[in-house]
Ligand binder design. Structure first.
Ligand SMILES: C[S@@+](CC[C@H](N)C(=O)[O-])C[C@H]1O[C@@H](n2cnc3c(N)ncnc32)[C@H](O)[C@@H]1O
Length: 306
């Protein structure tokens, strides 16, 4: 899928596999259909929603447009509050959109949903965007061991990714393509909330952000208690090129519960052992997560100068 189309919801159609649960919205408890590939308790999701909730409570989203690229089952828009203006979401995985449509029908406002590729969606001709864009997209190179190829990795055959090939080995190619095309249709006050893992070094993440045309306004990071535990199903082999990096990328929890650094080679060894074991346990491997608040680079300055 390298294009996109509007998703038309047919409420009577059979639903894909899901977990029926509930989410609190203010005083209300609302039924929610959770995607089994990306549980609500997934540390990436918990952290992203904690940041979105914090910003919502600071009224960052009031009256703002919101596009979510890789909208999943819609949980983030669900959390961002009733004050959003014209929210829209796109996802390349049809079952996700079916769940999102059911979930978002509980909101007081309509949400436009699109099926297809985030980069194609951003590249469509049309008005420039303002407000916010939320991005939590796959960020590992294509690999065989991922439990879900759409969620855990990006599709390398996507032609929109080619100009961003330098970000392939770090797994950041889909994110780079999305940011690089997004900046071309961004109004100066567009803000991006981007979730990235610390499995690649800070300099690599920040170079990707800057070279695709964005400036970093704020960074929020996980701490010792909400650091993400690595899934056994997503290979870390690609991080071995950072084995000599002076920055610690991976951590283990010691017997006393504190975090101690481990190198990428040890991290992948443990990941593989967990993958091959029958116990279904996650490996003792952790990495931090970062939410970057981005703005188009140089736009504010250019406006002042003009
Ligand atoms: C880790 S999930 C995150 C979902 C949601 N953003 C959240 O935070 O709950 C990544 C999502 O990106 C979607 N995805 C993967 N590749 C995509 C692409 N090229 N364009 C649009 N969505 C994509 C997947 O189907 C999945 O729903």
């Amino acid at each position: 899928m390298s294009g996109f189309q509007r998703y038309i919801h047919t409420p009577a159609s059979p639903l894909p596999e899901h977990h029926q649960t509930f989410l609190a919205r203010g005083e209300d408890i609302i039924p929610f259909l959770e995607a089994p590939e990306f549980r609500l308790t997934n540390p990436w999701s918990l952290f992203f929603r904690s940041v979105l909730t914090q910003l919502r409570d600071e009224s960052a989203f009031s009256g703002k447009q919101m596009h979510e690229l890789g909208v999943g089952d819609g949980r983030n828009i669900f959390h961002m509050g009733d004050e959003l203006k014209n929210p829209a979401g796109i996802d390349a995985h049809m079952p996700m959109l079916q769940l999102a449509a059911e979930n978002l029908a509980h909101l007081k406002f309509p949400v436009d949903l699109y099926f297809g590729d985030a980069v194609a969606f951003v590249k469509q001709p049309g008005e420039a965007w303002d407000g916010y864009v939320a991005i939590c997209l796959p960020q590992t190179p294509p690999q065989e061991t991922s439990e879900n190829k759409l969620v855990g990795t990006f599709r390398s055959e996507n032609p929109h990714l080619e100009p961003y090939a330098e970000w392939k080995t770090s797994g950041l190619q889909l994110v780079a393509a999305t940011l690089g095309e997004l900046v071309k249709r961004a109004k100066h006050d567009l803000r991006v909330l981007l979730l990235l893992s610390g499995r690649v070094p800070t300099a690599e993440r920040e170079t990707m952000i800057h070279s695709t045309g964005w400036a970093i306004r704020r960074v929020l990071a996980t701490n010792e208690s909400d650091i993400a535990q690595q899934s056994a199903y997503v290979s870390l082999a690609y991080t071995q090129v950072y084995a000599d990096s002076s920055e610690h990328l991976f951590w283990e929890r010691t017997a006393t519960g504190v975090l101690a650094p481990i190198d990428p080679i040890e991290a992948e060894k443990r990941r593989l052992a967990a993958y091959n074991s029958s116990t279904n346990e996650h490996p003792n491997v952790y990495h931090h997560l970062y939410v970057y608040l981005l703005e188009p680079k140089g736009r504010t300055q250019a406006l002042v100068l003009n």
